[in-house]
Design a protein around this ligand. Structure first.
Ligand SMILES: NC(=O)C1=CN([C@@H]2O[C@H](COP(=O)(O)OP(=O)(O)OC[C@H]3O[C@@H](n4cnc5c(N)ncnc54)[C@H](O)[C@@H]3O)[C@@H](O)[C@H]2O)C=CC1
Ligand SMILES: C[N+](C)(C)CC(=O)CC(=O)[O-]
Length: 495
């Protein structure tokens, strides 16, 4: 995978701030230029939200955060960056000027992406000396959580640029889609604008309020869209006869008077005030930052659910997250830095919204998930990684005993450790503990027995020396540790 080494962000508002967070959390250094007097504070707040969201999103080891530097001039920010992302306000004259400035100082092989929501790349690249490296990289808000980027080239953009841009997105957890023909507003905003135009008419004509309109979306097709989009959803709606029947049944309605699509509502002062007031009432006093946090928690929950969908293979944006996490795990160093004289600290995470139950704390099967992740991390330390499993052998868990000693609440930082209690050529006997990271108090423990298996034969088999030799030094060091309280407990036993 080809990676971005250094990024520059020109414009650090809603979208620039999101790009900055996306790059930094993927371990990439970012230089920023934004003349706004409060740019540092604004970017800092977006970054804080992004970090909270990532802590809940994944237990995979994120790389060390990239270095963030604010520069006084555009030229200084562009410097030696190999991906420059322009996110200044949506005005053709301003974007052309800024892109020409970037073009004049960027490295010859640097990629220059524009966040524009709808301007044509051919128009943007008009005054550039090296227009072949300019493309639209249109993201979705919040850029640090929503993975899609529409990649659109103009008449002078080279195919090498498009290919290079597409290749650099998966390592930062994003999915590029190449839009083959340039068109104003590309694909996503074409669809959103159509919906938005119709929605404004429905408010203007007093058919419903902004709150009712949002309810119609979020309690119905909004839920469907996140996981299957439009066409696959309608295929199912056609019943057993699928899409053809759907088109036959609902196609004629397209010609009925169901839409004002091409008429643009006049956003006069009265309508702006009406929408503004209804939107204020709907927000019920929540600030934009609070709404952003709620949005992020919900998106994290949806992404995690999609990650576990389709028999655990992951689905849509959840499959992308799963692949991204596998890349992060593969990039870890196999545990060389672990202190084997202690129980191994293997997972650091936060209690995600999707993990919390009706009692307001982490629900029981999520404990098993964290303990399972701890075992998986231990297995990677002893060389039992995905490549090992693909060769036909693995460890299976044959017994688990979990004790709940405290509570883990939404957003709480927790970590887990693993202690090897015993091992032989087939068995690995471990004791895991989940701690409250704030005070190091144990919240839960799990004692597990794992068995080395020949997966093809479907039976236990001795682990090879390459694995046993990695278990031995840890197991020996752990014999010197006190036996943890709770080892060997069973349900109903007196304390
Ligand atoms: N807000 C959204 O939902 C989305 C916006 N976009 C696109 O992203 C771009 C930026 O939009 P937002 O972030 O929403 O706007 P914004 O108004 O939040 O941020 C724009 C930033 O650019 C800075 N700026 C102005 N002139 C500059 C210059 N010469 N050099 C460097 N920085 C400069 C401003 O100080 C401001 O911080 C636009 O092209 C927009 O169409 C794309 C996807 C979604
Ligand atoms: C409103 N908008 C056109 C700037 C929206 C986008 O471009 C994408 C998004 O995040 O909705």
């Amino acid at each position: 995978m080809t990676r971005i080494n250094k990024a520059a962000c020109i414009g650090g508002g809603v979208i620039g701030g999101g790009w900055i967070a996306r790059f930094l959390l993927a371990g990439i250094d970012v230089d920023v230029f934004d003349p706004h007097p409060e740019a540092t504070r604004i970017v800092g707040e977006v970054l804080a939200n992004a970090q909270k969201a990532y802590a809940m999103l994944t237990g995979a080891p994120l790389p060390p955060r990239g270095k963030l530097t604010f520069r006084d001039t555009l030229e200084a920010a562009v410097g030696d960056a190999d991906w420059i992302q322009e996110s200044v306000p949506e005005r053709l004259d301003l974007k052309r000027k800024v892109l020409t400035q970037i073009d004049a100082v960027a490295k010859p092989d640097a990629l220059i992406g524009s966040s524009t929501s709808g301007l044509l790349p051919t128009d943007l690249q008009r005054d550039m000396r090296h227009p072949e490296r300019l493309f639209v990289a249109h993201p979705y808000n919040p850029v640090y959580l929503l993975p899609l980027v529409e990649i659109v080239g103009g008449e002078k953009t080279s195919m090498e640029t498009i290919k290079a841009a597409m290749e650099r997105l998966p390592p930062i957890g994003m999915k590029g889609v190449h839009i083959a023909k340039e068109i104003e507003a590309f694909v996503g905003d074409r669809l959103l604008e159509a919906l938005w135009r119709e929605a404004l008419w429905l408010i203007k004509d007093d058919i419903c309020t902004v709150e009712t309109l949002d309810d119609v979306i979020r309690y119905s097709f909004g839920l469907r869209w996140a996981q299957m989009g439009l066409f696959q959803t309608y295929r199912i709606a056609g019943g057993e006869a699928g899409m053809r029947h759907f088109l036959a049944q609902f196609g004629p309605a397209l010609k009925w008077n169901w839409t004002k699509l091409m008429d643009v509502v006049d956003l006069d002062d009265a309508l702006v005030e009406k929408i503004g007031q209804q939107s204020d009432e709907q927000a019920a006093g929540l600030s934009i930052r609070e709404l952003e946090r709620i949005r992020d928690e919900n998106l994290v929950g949806i992404l995690q659910t999609l990650k576990r969908s389709h028999g655990g293979e992951g689905w849509g944006a959840g499959k992308l997250l799963k692949d991204f996490e596998q890349g992060l795990w593969a990039a870890t160093d196999g545990g060389e830095k672990l202190d084997v004289a202690q129980p191994l600290r293997l997972i650091d995470t936060k209690v995600s919204p999707a993990w919390v139950d009706y009692n307001g704390h982490m629900t029981e099967h999520r404990y098993l998930q964290v303990f399972g992740d701890t075992s998986d991390a231990l297995l990677r330390v002893i060389g039992v990684d995905l490549a090992y499993v693909e060769r036909g052998h693995s460890y299976y868990t044959v017994e688990t005993h979990i004790r709940h000693l405290g509570e883990a609440k939404l957003g709480q930082a927790i970590h887990s450790t693993a202690q090897i209690l015993g091992s032989d050529e087939k068995r690995l006997h471990v004791f895991h503990t989940i701690y409250d990271t704030a005070n190091d108090e144990a919240i839960a423990t799990a004692e597990q027995m794992l068995l080395h298996v020949d997966a093809k034969a479907g039976k236990a088999a001795p682990a090879p020396e390459e694995v046993l030799s990695k278990i031995r030094p840890i197991a020996e060091a752990h014999t010197k540790l006190p036996v943890p309280e709770g080892v060997g407990r069973h349900v109903g036993q007196k304390r």
